[in-house]
Design a protein around this ligand. Structure first.
Ligand SMILES: CC(C)(COP(=O)(O)OP(=O)(O)OC[C@H]1O[C@@H](n2cnc3c(N)ncnc32)[C@H](O)[C@@H]1OP(=O)(O)O)[C@@H](O)C(=O)NCCC(=O)NCCS
Length: 216
């Protein structure tokens, strides 16, 4: 599965779209893409390129689902997945997956590429045996891929049990039937901000801005 390459055409522009595993030699380019996609979106600057950098070495990282998207050979998107779990009421762990960062280069946002990459990667995750996905994000986007709030199906986000932004998606029908549990983000997502700032200094200078709508 790790060598799978998907190609299609953008029906409007006839440009070729490719989705394939990330190559080792393009790691910095993909981190820069993540930096461009997330910069000043959720906070002044961003941490997600450092999160990706760290997660690649994490035992929960899913190598086969570390994907990039190209348009006519140019990197325009990426997504990566992690193995995670829902802790059930009896303390047992129900294996699921989570994903992210997922990012699309700023000039290609809102043209359908993010949803295409997400749906393709979800199908690969399903083929790998993932029964469900849990993540945090904007339902306006993820709802288009069939996500619902976790709390509506009995799964609460440990950090914020009432959160509407904690969302889940069954990949195997019925997988979450009668499930009651709590979801914790994999530990690897929590990075040291001082280390993240030092890491960011390796990239071209970019201005951090405090903008309306940011979360932090
Ligand atoms: C979020 C992201 C991956 C979405 O990819 P995209 O290619 O821009 O989105 P798409 O064009 O596939 O969006 C499909 C639909 O989802 C919804 N949607 C997408 N982004 C949205 C947003 N920021 N706010 C509200 N709705 C959104 C819209 O309904 C959109 O259709 P429309 O453009 O016709 O209205 C991309 O915008 C991105 O990289 N954002 C910054 C990083 C980020 O937030 N990543 C996700 C972290 S949870």
């Amino acid at each position: 599965m790790s060598n799978l390459v998907f190609t299609t055409k953008n029906p409007q522009t006839n440009q070729e779209i490719t989705i394939r595993p990330e190559r080792a030699e393009e790691r910095t380019a993909v981190e820069n893409l993540v930096r461009e996609a997330f910069w000043n979106v959720y906070r002044p600057g961003c941490l997600e390129h450092y999160v990706l950098h760290q997660l690649r070495q994490d035992p929960a990282f899913v190598l086969e689902l570390n994907l990039v998207m190209e348009l006519e050979g140019q990197l325009i998107g990426q997504v990566m997945y992690m193995r995670s779990a829902v802790t059930l009421e009896d303390g047992t762990k129900l294996p699921v997956m989570t994903f992210g960062p997922i990012g699309i280069a700023p000039e290609y946002k809102r043209q359908g590429y993010g949803l295409m990459l997400l749906k393709y990667s979800m199908e690969l995750a399903r083929q790998m045996g993932a029964g469900a996905l849990c993540t945090e994000g904007n339902i306006d986007f993820y709802g288009k891929a069939g996500f619902v709030t976790g709390k509506s199906v009995g799964i609460r986000y440990a950090d914020d049990p009432e959160a509407d932004y904690f969302i889940v998606k069954e990949l195997e029908p019925g997988f979450l039937d009668k499930v009651r549990g709590v979801y914790h983000d994999p530990a690897g997502y929590f990075v040291d901000e001082v280390e993240a700032i030092a890491f960011d200094a390796q990239f071209p200078p970019k201005q951090k801005q405090k903008l309306p709508g940011q979360l932090w």
